[in-house]
Design a protein around this ligand. Structure first.
Ligand code: IMP
Ligand code: MG
Length: 175
């Protein structure tokens, strides 16, 4: 693997603070109800693991995996659900957990599909929001960190070509 020049952008302490704050907001909004936490593979796995351990609610966990659309084709029609839920979401409080929302295309496809299944409620929780990159109108209900500059970031579940997901801090790839 080609080695990249990485710089810590959000250290693990900052991430932990944000995750605790998100868990607090979610708890406040849902307690005492049960929630179904849906992680979007693979990027959300570290965030989800930390978030649910801070979330003092009755909850169950499921995962989906989406196809990525690559760099050239960005029509939302090209995002597909590669691995679907194993649980029915009808009548449940669903929280989709994403690592990062960039153009918004992936999460839009997922939200539209899930809406058809008639959950009791449906919200999106994203650790990182690259707001200014949006190509479709969609917002997360819970956001950990809003980025205002365009870095490509890795670590804490986020990858570059499947590498660096295991880093405890979120790092930018420097030129
Ligand atoms: P969107 O459909 O453009 O919002 O794409 C979101 C997905 O792109 C995320 O779930 C990530 O998997 C990936 N992604 C976007 N920006 C980054 C980044 O800076 N680092 C790593 N993955 C990213
Ligand atoms: Mg992802």
């Amino acid at each position: 693997m080609e080695t990249k020049n990485l710089k810590i952008l959000y250290p693990k302490e900052t991430i932990q603070e944000r995750v605790t704050a998100l868990a607090g907001q979610i708890y406040h909004d849902y307690q005492p109800e049960e929630v179904l936490v849906v992680g979007v593979l693979k990027g959300s796995f570290v965030f989800l693991a930390d978030l649910v351990r801070e979330l003092k609610l009755p909850l169950i966990i499921d995962f989906v995996r989406l196809s990525s659309y690559g760099n050239s084709l960005t029509s939302s029609g090209t995002v597909k659900i590669l691995k679907d839920l194993e649980t029915s979401i009808t009548g449940k409080n669903v929280i989709i957990v994403e690592d990062i929302i960039d153009t918004g295309l992936s999460i839009k496809v997922l939200k539209d599909e899930f809406t058809k299944r008639q959950p009791r409620s449906l919200k999106i929780c994203a650790l990182i929001d690259k707001n200014f990159r949006r190509k479709v109108e969609i917002d997360a209900d819970y956001v950990g960190i809003t980025m205002d500059r365009d870095y490509f970031i890795v670590g804490y579940g986020l990858d570059w070509a499947e590498n660096y997901r295991q880093l405890p801090d979120i790092c930018s790839i420097e030129p």
